[in-house]
Design a protein. Structure first.
Length: 65
């Protein structure tokens, strides 16, 4: 009977550990997605600022200090 109780407790702890890991992974993936979206928006804004009205790149100001 003691073995059955121990097995149930072990199963619960394994299940809790897996749920905790899944929650951490979900959170990490969500934060990664947010970061990548911000980066994509910033790149799009930078690209838009470098383009002229005709769509060509403004190479005259690139590299000037």
């Amino acid at each position: 009977m003691t073995d059955q109780v121990m097995t149930d407790q072990d199963d619960k702890s394994v299940g809790q550990a897996r749920a905790s890991r899944d929650d951490r992974l979900k959170s990490a993936l969500r934060e990664n997605l947010k970061r990548r979206k911000v980066q994509a928006r910033e790149r799009a804004a930078m690209t838009g600022a470098l383009e002229n009205d005709d769509g060509s790149l403004d190479e005259g100001t690139a590299g000037e200090t």
